[in-house]
Design a protein around this ligand. Sequence first.
Ligand code: FES
Length: 158
Amino acid sequence: MSDNFEDRAREALAQPQNLGEMNDADSVGTVGSPDCGDMLRMWLKFTEKNGKKVIDRASFQAFGCQTAIAVASMATELLKGKTPEEARKLKPNELSGDLGPLPPMKIHCGQLVEQALKSALDGKDTSATKPPETLAGKINQAPSGKIKIVPLDEKSEA
Ligand code: FES
């Protein structure tokens, strides 16, 4: 990995991990940033390990900037094997994994991933949700019927 954040993000973007809808997800969360208008949706699949509920897989779709995509790619990899409680405690600079700490201007991009993860952890079972047939349908269809807009600046201070 490169020394420079932008280069590391570019490297991650060249081969994004876990990109795309998960048809057998147990839960899903969608958030939008009121600051930049970007959106991120995350799917989670759980399993049981040593008697504990843990994240088996995570995937995402992003309608946003490259940093959000790079962080989501890293985050969906490092979430594997985490309990919901462990996942909920992860901060943007932890979710960014090998990308390293986010530059100040990019913190809100990591917060978008953090909030999508929290929304997915709060989410309900989507196994009965029929997948939309078009990309426009995917963008417009929020699994719970609405999209939660989270003011990232306020949340980051919570
Ligand atoms: Fe909007 Fe990065 S600029 S999430």
